[in-house]
Each structure stands twice: as C-alpha cells, then as structure tokens.
Design a protein around this ligand. Sequence first.
Ligand code: PLP
Length: 388
Amino acid sequence: MSLLEHLDADLRERKAQGLYRHRRTVDGPQGVLQQLDGREVLSFCSNDYLGLAADPRLAEAMRDGSRCYGVGSGAAHLISGHSRAHHLLEEELADFVGAERALLFSTGYMANLGVLDALLGRGDTLLQDKLNHASLIDGAMLSQARLKRYLHGDMVSLRRQADSAEGNLLIASDGIFSMDGDLAPIPDLVEVAEELDAALMIDDAHGFGVLDDFGRGSVRALGLSMTQVPIYMATLGKALGTAGAFVAGSESLIETLIQRARPYVYTTAMPAAVAEAARASLSIVAEESWRRERLAELIAHFRQGAQALGLQLVDSPTPIQPILLGDSNTALAWHEALLQTGILVTAIRPPTVPAGSARLRVTLSAQHELAQVDRLLAALRSLTEATL
Ligand SMILES: Cc1ncc(COP(=O)(O)O)c(C=O)c1O
C-alpha cells in the first residue's frame, strides 16, 4: 500500500482510540459566550485569560495600524518588513519585562524553534522538562542537539540527565505548564543552571500578562531578575489577546537570533497592525490589575467547588485548571455531555498529554462571572453523580 492509501486506515484507528480531533467553527468575537457551530456556548477553553482578545481598544489600534502600515508587512524583518510599529513594540516589551532587548516572532511555536535552532547544534545538549510544550520538543529536532528530558519539575532527575551531557548545555522549561497549569520551579532551575554552567530558557506563554502585579510573568512574579533567566520567551496570543511572540534577553542573544534563527529570518514579518494592537494591549495589561484580581477570585471559587465534588485537580494556582480523568474516551464523553448543556471545555488526550492522563482542560478568563463558574460546577456535579 502506498503512503496515501494508509491514511484512511490510520484515521479509522484514531477514531477507535478516541483520539480523533475535530474543528468547530466560531462566528463572532472571542469571549466567554461564543457562537460555535451555530449555537451559543459558555466557553472554558480559551487562552484569552484577561479577556482582551475582543477588546474594542485593541481593535481600534489594529484598525489605525492597518491604515498607517497597510495590511500585509510585505517581507521578512531582514528585508523590508520590519516597521516602526514592530520596533516600538520590541522596545516596550524589553522595557516591560526588564531585559536589554526583545525580538518579535510571528508565533510562539516559531520563537521556540528559532531560539533552539540558533543557539544549539550537533554535539550540544538540550535538557527539557518532560511536560514541556510541543514547540520546545520540535525545536530540539531542528537544532540537532542531543535532547534529554527530565522528570516533571524534578531537579534530581535534571542533574542525573546532565551527568552524561556534552557540548554546550541549555535547560528549557515552560514557566506555567500548558496542560497542567502548575508553575515550574524556576528558582531551582536558576540554581542548577548556574551549577552546570548551562543557559536557562523559560517559555512563559501562559504566565506573561497573568502573573506578577503588573503581568510581567512568572520570572518577575518570583522576584527573579531577567539576568537570572537569560532567555525569556512569551507569546502575545494568549493573555495579551493578539498574536505573535517575543524573546527577551541580552543584546548579544537578540543579535544572534537576528543573524541565525531560521524561523525568524525566513518568514514574513507579522502584520504591523498586529504589533500596534499588541502595544495597546501591553499598556492595558500593566494598568488594569483588576483583571488579574478577578482571575484569582474565579480560580479560588472554581477550585473550592471542584474539590467539594471530589474531582481530581492539579496543584495549579493559574487560570489553567485541568480535571484529570485518565481515559481518553471518558474525557471525550464528559466533553460531549458538557457541550449538550451548552458548556465548552476541551478534552485533552494523548499525545498532547501522557497516556492515561486524559483530562478536561478548564481555563478561566477575567470575563467570566462567578455565576458562570457555578453553572460549570453544577454540570460537573451531574456528571460525577451519573458516573458513580
Ligand atoms: C507553552 C507554550 N509555548 C508555546 C506555544 C506556542 O505559541 P503560539 O500559539 O503563539 O504559536 C504555546 C501555545 O500555543 C504554549 O502553550
């Protein structure tokens, strides 16, 4: 059988294992109430943690940006696509997190690929937490460095993996783990990195905008400086409600990425209008701390209610609040049952999470009302009662 003739059998197999993925079509803006496949749902699955994705101030900045710069950026940053808007956003991001420089990428996926590709090569070693995001794992392949994965958040395992490391060493970890919501032990990682003379990279896709009084992310929230975490990456498509990503660090790090990161060099710059929207968002994120306070209230309310139902949660202080169910078909069945009551929560299954740890990934947004969280808890109560 040829390659293409295998596809149908493979798809049937995925369906049988409860691993088949479907897209649903959204009409209208992002928000906790969404039009999905033609009906209104109460959504608990977006990464729009601060509720900014459909904020009119961002839309206006984007409209003004497109009037000023046009819609497409026309070329890569190194050719003629690097606009004043991109440049100002980079300066503002560096200033905000407290780093020397920042560099924009079109997506977080590309930023991770870009850093690892630019800094590592054959003969080097990349140490990664086992639960790191797929983009860091894929970056390892692009870099051709030797990949060694340590047990989740486990410094003993990290040190053991480092024993047989060779070449230049880089430790990479999510700041907040995307499917679990827990925080990486960043102070311990800083210590081990110093001990091993390794570079440390934190992917703060889910912490940026959410943690710290001003939303400067997990590193600053823990009272660490950006020199202790010399490679900081965060995305703009989650709490900031726009799109793209950035890497922050020293002058020499950023200049190296500009010279060598293939996912930076060989791609069209993100539209300047998106950069203008991100600039507007950044000042809202810093000023409107009520959004983070509201999230904290919602997180506490959800955890208390879910624990009272006997649901298995992860030790997560963040808006990512997974409910562990184990089996993929159970996760899918709960997802479907919730959807029947008009509530959208995604079922996350292997290979996105390890086998046997399928879950419902509940995410909260500053836009949720306490009553909406209660509606979710009531629906979960019915499901737990039905399974007993
Ligand atoms: C931890 C983490 N890193 C990187 C990414 C990739 O970011 P982007 O969606 O901007 O490509 C994501 C999610 O998408 C993520 O959860």
